[in-house]
Design a protein around this ligand. Structure first.
Ligand SMILES: Cc1cc2nc3c(=O)[nH]c(=O)nc-3n(C[C@H](O)[C@H](O)[C@H](O)COP(=O)(O)O)c2cc1C
Length: 289
């Protein structure tokens, strides 16, 4: 299953790209509208991209009224990404999305800037969301936690049905001539190729710890990259930064993945699921259909 990474595709302006995906994931929506940060909000580095968008979004009311009805026209399952600053925000956002038939699952962005992420607080946010909806809940974690497997376990125990791994990691880029920070916020989230080994390690550790279904992401640019995420435990994968330079990536990567898997003797790429764990693959905690 191929998804887009939250915030990396506007399905309303590029429906032809969304049509190449199995699921469309929205940009993170917050309780109130947000303008986001001042420009400059994007910087390129030689190993990926930095962004400090600052969760610009229309807020949950306009999202429900104006955005969701238009996303319904895509005729794709929609996962809504939500983010807030306290447990009540997550409960409120999930309560509001619960009656929306278009929303198949909710991704909890518990790794956005300004939301602390010790295991306790992730558990608290997931538990608040769990109490507010019966929809599938995916917890999206930061790769920056010292012990991401403990955070994943806390999320699983609080009622997450799955995990989205990983979000960006803090980085900084300097202007070539002035040596001043390029982004208006100085630091931002690093995505793209630099995240690949970090994402592999996170998926490996979290799958081993929880057995939960995992959407793997972080620098996927080819079928081989996707296959490696599957091998360490991902059940699906998402494309983020690559969509900015190659909008046709979903189709290309889907066929590359099939060819890569076949060359290694797998009839179906997902037969390689968790193969990197050898005999130590955990028993599934629970599966989401
Ligand atoms: C421009 C941009 C905006 C993003 N916005 C969000 C967001 O709103 N919510 C979120 O959970 N992740 C957001 N992300 C993180 C991505 O969903 C993804 O976790 C990350 O970029 C790693 O995948 P990639 O290396 O394939 O891009 C954003 C990433 C980028 C590059």
């Amino acid at each position: 299953m191929i998804l887009n990474a939250s915030g990396c595709l506007d399905a309303l302006t590029a429906p032809e790209v969304a049509a190449l995906l199995d699921v469309f994931v929205t940009k993170t929506v917050t309780p109130l509208p947000r303008e986001g940060n001042e420009p400059v909000r994007i910087a390129e580095t030689d190993v990926g991209m930095l962004n400090s968008i600052g969760l610009a979004n229309p807020g949950i009311d306009r999202f429900r009224k104006d955005v969701l009805p238009r996303l319904a026209e895509l005729e794709r399952p929609i996962w809504a990404s939500v983010g807030g600053f306290c447990a009540e925000d997550y409960a409120d956002l999930c309560k509001q999305l619960d009656p929306e038939p278009v929303v198949e699952a909710i991704e909890l962005n518990v790794s956005c800037p300004n939301v602390a992420e010790p295991a306790e607080s992730v558990a608290e946010l997931v538990a608040a969301a769990r109490g507010a909806t019966s929809k599938k809940l995916y917890a999206k974690l930061s790769p920056a936690s010292g012990d991401i497997a403990s955070v994943a376990t806390a999320a699983a125990e609080a009622g997450a049905d799955g995990l989205s791994l990983v979000n960006t990691i803090r980085g900084l880029a300097l202007d070539a001539e002035t040596l001043a920070p390029t982004l208006s916020t100085a630091t931002g989230g690093l995505s793209g190729p630099a995240l690949r080994p970090i994402a592999l390690a996170a998926v490996f550790a979290c799958f081993k710890a929880t057995g939960l279904p995992i959407v793997g992401m972080g620098g996927v640019e080819s079928g081989r990259h996707a296959l490696e995420l599957i091998a360490v435990g991902a059940r699906a994968f998402a494309l983020g930064t690559i969509l900015f330079s190659d909008p046709e990536a979903p189709g290309r990567i889907r066929s590359e993945l099939a060819a890569e898997a076949e060359a290694l003797g797998f009839e179906n790429p997902f037969d390689a699921h968790a193969i990197a764990h050898g005999d130590e693959a955990p028993a599934p905690l629970r599966y989401v259909a």
